[in-house]
Each structure stands twice: as structure tokens, then as C-alpha cells.
Design a protein around this ligand. Structure first.
Ligand code: SF4
Ligand code: SF4
Length: 439
């Protein structure tokens, strides 16, 4: 037997802990076990600890190759279990009624909106995918439909029609179906409320800080702020019994972190799901925005400033060090489809023609581009650095899409990765988490 390559021993507030990055088990240990792990000497492990430690993956049998074990998990998710769900992120238009400076769609939005033929093509595509899957190994049993933009409510008629036809298709195919939407929530009217109710749509809405801060960035075309209208639309959702359908993301950055509690207090009464989020900076896409918070900074902030706020308002404190499964980029049956029936594999790279994964034909068949295979082929196996990296189960081999956009690449080649995490940051998260558990 041997200690797991993915063990991370650490100390916090005078106590000793062991975390396993593969299994995500975290235990407090005595001095003897801690030094056995630190000195990599399994002979010093108390025999009664061995079986429980094996069960939590802190100890593995000599013949186990943990890198292969992680890859098995990774590949079985992307070509196995995850494929039972067909996820379609539908972009009816890249257009939006707002002009946020960090918008990935830039300030001059494309105005084209999907037409009825486009909606039929996507519905046919869904039908074809489900039918094909039923004669292959992993039948699709569930549809996950996400309305995205630009601003999806700017194309209200189209999204209503789309959801109606997709729901009929799901019923015909005996598939479960769920709907969600990311919206700026400024274009809410009676019809939208009824639409959200009918399809039980979970709607993600964002604020950019206090009213004063928000009204400087989430602005309409004429520069007018949108805080009051969004808050009043969320209150309306509460009045209509739809509080559970609103998820609120509070964007914090270097300019508003000191006001985090005030930001939370204003919104918390109106949603059961509120969390702090960060806007990322991508060269060439949202150059006007520069005040983002890095993952490294976040590790300090969550401990020193945000955890108390989460606790006070009754929301779970995020635990950003779990095991990472593959993302939509290289997982089967994940498609982002826009108004021109172009297909992308990741939200970060939509509307960049060089990253197009293919397109949908009028009769609903997916025709892949060369880049599709480069994107689907992204795995940690391609990167010798990941093979030797103990953070692999937490990072999943990094993000190729962010790397591609951050570096303003144009060649459709997705072989370089952005690391999600470094060991110092992980240790900060773990120590802060262990400290909170002691309180
Ligand atoms: S609301 Fe969203 S889509 Fe519209 S400008 Fe702002 S970030 Fe872009
Ligand atoms: S992308 Fe970076 S952090 Fe992630 S597994 Fe590979 S080397 Fe490690």
C-alpha cells in the first residue's frame, strides 16, 4: 500500500488535517498520522486506521495508478452518465437592450433574431439526437434547456415559441425537461411572468453592487441605470409566488468588495438562492473591464469578508475545492446554438467564428467543424504537466476556452490550458474551511 499522490496535509488553528484531492475527504488527524503522511512512511500508520483511510482514498494499493483512476472518472462522465442529458443553450439573439462595459458580446451587438425555420431546425435536431441515442449505448432521458443571449427576453416571441415546441417534443419522446434562463431582467411584463410560471423557468439575474455602483455599469443604451427596475421585477416574482425561480448573482470586484454586506442585504429578502460572483476579464472581448478578482484573491476574501455574510443571511458558504468533472466543452450532448444555427461548445467562446464547433442543418442534423474535434479532444491526457500535477482532480486539466480567449487566439486550436488552481490557493481555501468548521 502507499499514500495517495493526491493527499494534501495541512494545519489550521493548531489542528492537523488531511485532505484528499481525488475523493474530497477531509479529516482531522493526530500528530503520528500527520507525520507519517508528511514523511511518506506507511509503516508508521496505526493498523486500525488503514481500512478507513483506504475507503477515503488517503491510502491506495500499490498497483493503483491514480492518474488512470482519475481519467476513468473523467471519461466516464463525459461519454457516460452526463450524456443521458441533452443540454441545449439557446441564443435567440446576441442583441441586448443594455450596454455593460464587460459584456463578452462587445458594445455593438449583432441584432439578428432567430426565425421560425431556425426554431424548427433546433427542434428537429433535438428529436434526431434523442432518437439516435436510443439505438446507441447511452439513451437520452432528459432535456436541459437554457435560454441565453445577449438578452433572451429581447426575443420574447421566439423563446416562447421555442419552449412550446421543445416541450411538445420532450413529451412526445417521454423525456424529462427543465428550463432555465440567464437574463438582465429589465424586460419583464405580464407575458414573461406567465411564461416563467408555465415552464417553471429558473432565472439567473445579476446585480453589479450597490444601487450606485450597479447604475454605473448595468446601463441601458442611453446610459440609464437599471437597479430599480431589476429589483422591482424580482419583487414582482416574489408577489407571484415565484421566489424559488430567481437565482441572484452579486458581482463583486475590487471596487465594491467593501460593500458586500450592503449589496447582499438589499437583495436577500427576495431570493432563496443568492451568491457572490466574479466577472472575468478577457482580452479582446471585454477590454473596458479591469477590476476583476482573481481566484487567488478570492481565497482570502471568502474567509475574511464573505463567509460571515453568507452565514448571516442563511446561504451556504461555497466550498470551491471539490472534484472537477469535465465541462460542456468536451462533454457529449452539450450544444450552444445561436440564431444562425451555429454551434459552440462553451459560453466563453460563443460568437467567435474561429471557435465554432459546427452548425445545425435545416432538417436538424449537426455538422461538426474541424475545431469541434479539437475541443472534444481536450483532456488532461494531452498535457504532460497535468499528468504530474496533484491538483488534477480539482482542476480537471484546466480551461482551454479561457486560455484561447484570454490570449486573443484565432487559429481554432485548443491545446493550451489555463490552470484553475495553484497549491497555495488550495491551502488557503482548506485552512479557511477548517477554521470555519471549528467555530
Ligand atoms: S445584460 Fe448581459 S448581454 Fe446585455 S450588455 Fe450586459 S452583460 Fe451583455
Ligand atoms: S491545468 Fe494546471 S493546475 Fe490543472 S491539472 Fe494541469 S497543470 Fe495542474
Amino acid at each position: 500500500m502507499k499514500f495517495s499522490f493526491y493527499n494534501e496535509p495541512f494545519e489550521a488553528e493548531g489542528k492537523k488535517y488531511l485532505y484528499n484531492i481525488f475523493s474530497t475527504a477531509l479529516i482531522e488527524v493526530d500528530d503520528e498520522l500527520f507525520s507519517a503522511v508528511k514523511s511518506d512512511n506507511t509503516a508508521n500508520v496505526n493498523t486500525e486506521y488503514i481500512e478507513p483511510m483506504k475507503a477515503m482514498h488517503f491510502i491506495v494499493n500499490d498497483e493503483v495508478d491514480e492518474y488512470e483512476e482519475y481519467l476513468y472518472f473523467y471519461n466516464s462522465v463525459r461519454y457516460g452518465n452526463a450524456c443521458k442529458i441533452l443540454q441545449v443553450i439557446f441564443i435567440p439573439s446576441y442583441n441586448c437592450n443594455l450596454r455593460c462595459p464587460y459584456c463578452m458580446q462587445g458594445l455593438n451587438k449583432e441584432r439578428k433574431t432567430i426565425d421560425d425555420n431556425g426554431i424548427s431546425a433546433i427542434t428537429n435536431f433535438i428529436q434526431n439526437k434523442v432518437s439516435e441515442s436510443r439505438s446507441s449505448g447511452v439513451p437520452i432521458s432528459e432535456l436541459s434547456i437554457i435560454l441565453f443571449g445577449g438578452e433572451p427576453l429581447i426575443a420574447k416571441k421566439s423563446i416562447i415559441k421555442f419552449c412550446e415546441t421543445v416541450k411538445e417534443t420532450a413529451d412526445k419522446l417521454s423525456c424529462r425537461i427543465s428550463f432555465s434562463m440567464t437574463s438582465n431582467f429589465t424586460l419583464v411584463d405580464d407575458e414573461v411572468i406567465e411564461f416563467i410560471q408555465r415552464y417553471n423557468i429558473t432565472t439567473q439575474v445579476s446585480f453589479d453592487g450597490t444601487k450606485e455602483q450597479h447604475d454605473k455599469s448595468r446601463i441601458g443604451i442611453g446610459g440609464k441605470g437599471t437597479y430599480d427596475v431589476i429589483l422591482s421585477n424580482i419583487k414582482r416574482m416574489n408577489d407571484e409566488g415565484l421566489k424559488n425561480n430567481v437565482v441572484v448573482r452579486l458581482n463583486i470586484d475590487k471596487n465594491n468588495i467593501q460593500d458586500a454586506e450592503e449589496i447582499m442585504a438589499a437583495v436577500a429578502p427576495y431570493s432563496n438562492d443568492v451568491y457572490f460572483g466574479f466577472v472575468d476579464k478577457f482580452k479582446g472581448s471585454n477590454d473596458a473591464f479591469s477590476e476583476c478578482i482573481s481566484n487567488h484573491d478570492y481565497a482570502d476574501i471568502i474567509d475574511s469578508q464573505l463567509s460571515e455574510i453568507y452565514k448571516k443571511y442563511g446561504y451556504p458558504i461555497p466550498r470551491p475545492f471539490g472534484k472537477m468533472a469535465p465541462c460542456s466543452l468536451n462533454t457529449e450532448n452539450r450544444f450552444i446554438i445561436d440564431s444562425e444555427l451555429n454551434v459552440y461548445k462553451c459560453e466563453v467562446i460563443v460568437n467567435h467564428k474561429d471557435t465554432m464547433a459546427g452548425h445545425i442543418t435545416k432538417d436538424g442534423f449537426f455538422v461538426p467543424s474541424g475545431s469541434f474535434f479539437s475541443q472534444m479532444g481536450h483532456t488532461p491526457e494531452r498535457n504532460p504537466k497535468c499528468l504530474k500535477c496533484k491538483l488534477l482532480p480539482l482542476c480537471g486539466g484546466g480551461c482551454v476556452a479561457k486560455k484561447y480567449i484570454r490570449e486573443d487566439k484565432k487559429d481554432g486550436n485548443f491545446s493550451e490550458v489555463d490552470c484553475f488552481m495553484d497549491e497555495e490557493t488550495l491551502l488557503k481555501y482548506l485552512k479557511a474551511y477548517a477554521k470555519r468548521q471549528q467555530q
